[in-house]
Design a protein around this ligand. Structure first.
Ligand SMILES: [Mg+2]
Length: 369
């Protein structure tokens, strides 16, 4: 069969046969905390969608409750529907979740399924997802992200220093648990990474006035990115920081966004918009954020889940960098066959059809929850 015939065959209607969901809780390698939360494990919710002889894989980092929502409400809805018409499936899922609520957990459940549908579609066409979406660039810069507030100064400097040495142009650490300790930790980290740019993330821990003071102190150590200096719900506070932070320091937020309305409201409050495809409706949801950034002239940076964001950040025209988050890198390198490690600070999608990674169910069994 010729290529055109095979593409035409792949493009015909194909029913969804089965939808399965599993959840796993993976302990962290060390206790972890940021400015507002402490944790010792991460839950991964994995879905598989079978259609037309291929098996699509999708995932989200969420509570186990997302798996309950998928099994009880969304999986029965998708069965025997056309796997290729993803916008229709997306609208069906959003409608089904109306009374439960799409923002938050509902959108995380939708994200995993949407991703699995896109993975299946790309596999059905026999092309990498980046090819199906179309590339805006061949590779994407990554930034190492960790530097938890639970780390000693030595642990912090070792982790950030290793990423800088590997060729990453940016690295990120957590701040916000103790304003006095932050000044010391940021100074130490800046010394450890040389000319690599230092990003900080307060996870909404500071008040507006604290954040303004910290912005000046961090800028003196060359910090070029201040993420969630105040709560992401305080849009006026974010705007205040954006307008008054020192020149050369970007204010960023957006990681909790579920819906287009959330991102639309955030456009006029930040210098760089962040989005997370495991939370904002999967690949379809994330691709809806890119044109919003375009309309406002904002850069777009992806949050966590590096395997999922690799093809997306090569497709997003406003994409600037991808977060190489310690926890998720550890989980995905252990449980995703085909996981890619950055080379000289860059990631480039491979040639495998679909997302490019497959879930190693047998290796994950011991983490089942
Ligand atoms: Mg963050």
């Amino acid at each position: 069969m010729g290529a055109i015939e095979s593409a035409a065959r792949a493009g015909t209607r194909v029913d969804i046969d089965t939808v399965s969901v599993d959840a796993y809780t993976i302990p962290t390698d060390r206790p972890e905390s940021d400015g507002t939360l402490e944790w010792s494990a991460t839950t991964l919710v994995v879905v598989h969608v079978s259609a037309g002889g291929v098996r699509g894989f999708g995932y989200t980092y969420a509570d186990r409750a997302a798996a309950t929502l998928i099994a009880g409400k969304l999986a029965p809805l998708l069965q025997r529907q056309d796997a290729h018409d993803i916008p229709a499936r997306w609208s069906d899922m959003a409608r089904e979740l109306r009374n439960v609520g799409v923002p938050g957990l509902g959108a995380m459940a939708m994200s995993a399924l949407d991703t699995a549908l896109w993975d299946a579609k790309a596999k059905r066409f026999g092309v990498p997802l980046a090819t199906l979406l179309g590339r805006a660039r061949q590779d994407i810069a990554v930034y190492g992200s960790g530097g938890f507030t639970s780390y000693s100064d030595d642990e912090l400097c070792d982790q950030l220093g290793e990423w800088a040495e590997s060729g990453m142009r940016f690295v990120k650490m957590k701040v916000g648990r103790d304003a006095h300790a932050d000044a010391r930790r940021v100074r130490a980290a800046a010394r450890a990474i040389g000319t690599t740019e230092l990003f900080v993330d307060a996870n909404g821990a500071y008040t507006r006035k604290q954040a303004l003071a910290q912005a000046d102190s961090f800028a003196a150590n060359g910090v070029s990115w201040f993420e969630e200096p105040v709560s992401s719900d305080d849009l006026e506070g974010l705007r205040l920081l954006r307008d008054r932070a020192p020149a050369g320091m970007a204010i960023a937020a957006g990681e909790y966004g579920s819906t287009p309305w959330y991102f639309e409201r955030m456009l006029d409050t930040v210098d760089v918009l962040q989005a997370d495809a495991t939370r904002c409706g999967g690949i379809s949801g994330f691709l809806g954020v890119d044109p919003l950034c375009d309309a406002q002239g904002l850069p777009l940076s992806s949050h966590c889940a590096p395997s999922l964001h690799l093809p997306l950040m090569c497709a997003a025209r406003r994409g600037v960098h991808l977060e190489h988050f310690h926890d998720h890198v550890r989980i995905e390198s252990m449980l995703f066959d085909g996981f890619q490690h950055p080379a000289n600070g860059l990631l480039r999608p491979g040639e495998r059809p679909g997302l490019g990674v497959e879930f190693k169910a047998r290796d994950a069994e011991r983490f089942r929850c």
